[in-house]
Design a protein around this ligand. Sequence first.
Ligand SMILES: [Zn+2]
Ligand SMILES: [Zn+2]
Length: 369
Amino acid sequence: MIKSRAAVCHEAGRPMTIETIDVAPPKAGEVLIEIMATGVCHTDAVIFWGINRNSPLPAVLGHEGAGIVREVGEGVATVRPGDHVVPLYGAECGECLHCRSGRTNICWATRKTRDQGILPEGSSRFSLDGRTIHHFMGTSTFSRYTVVPEVAVARVREDLPFEQVCLLGCGVTTGVGAALRDTREGDTVAVFGLGGVGVNLVQGARLAGAARIIGIDPNPMKRALAIKFGATDLLDPHALGPRLTEAILDLTGGGVDVSFESSGEPSAMRSAFESCRLGWGTCVLLGVEPEGSEIGVRPVMLRYGRTLKGSYFGGVKGRSELGRYADMLAEGKIRVDNLVTHLLPIDEVNRAFDMMRSGDSLRTVLLHG
Ligand SMILES: [Zn+2]
Ligand SMILES: [Zn+2]
């Protein structure tokens, strides 16, 4: 058992508290990681603020981290102490039906226990004064020490700063990966929502050779930042109101080749789909909607050749593909210097979420230690 400082979310809607929790050693097939840096992502806020109550609390949140392997359990063969790693909320076991299909990056191996806030073995490694604290998304990067299954650990090169490489754990990979997958050279692309994932969709579309990238967000600071990532046109959805879709159709002479939605706002999802060009326009949903939301889709839009689909972690297989994203980061193809607006100690975790809510930050990275 080791002691670890961690931000603990005891109850949705109440501030997190910094505690010294107990972390049990890794069991067979598990890895103990010392997290050095962790991003603060909207999916943590969805639980923290109580928008979605499906994750068991108390828990250690955080799913966008990077650190160093400190100990491995029995049978762990693919990483060893000292390795720099990114814990993955989407495992890659390599053996399940999904992993073997060659059609998806969504592995089902750890999903069930992960969503119950425990490890696949059936229990949690975290406790506080003898009381169980749950894992979150199988990662729990708001704890300095965390235990994750080996199948959910991606090894990365060691020459990158942790406050940058941690972003590969969610926002950067999700945005850049999704954009690279569906954007063709010369395309006109629309990106709805210019937060941590949105600006990475913009830079992914730029990397893929998009000719025109329309950024859509009500926050003027976020619109201004999107230009630095490659946005060529900007629209304010609040100013346009119900005329947003029409404005995009006008601007593009009939619709975009690809649209991406990262805000999780159902009305934006519908607009993203209806902004696609007939014949081949493709809409990709990434943002997490409020529980129980639905969107209306007119079948004729689909019959005329448009595609509506979603993307999970940018379609990227974490263990086998994250190394390539780390290379792009090291080579300067993926830029994160304008993305991280705040670097704070873990103690200021609540302030980081306040700034996310107020729109004052794009991405905050918290440092342990
Ligand atoms: Zn995230
Ligand atoms: Zn699998």
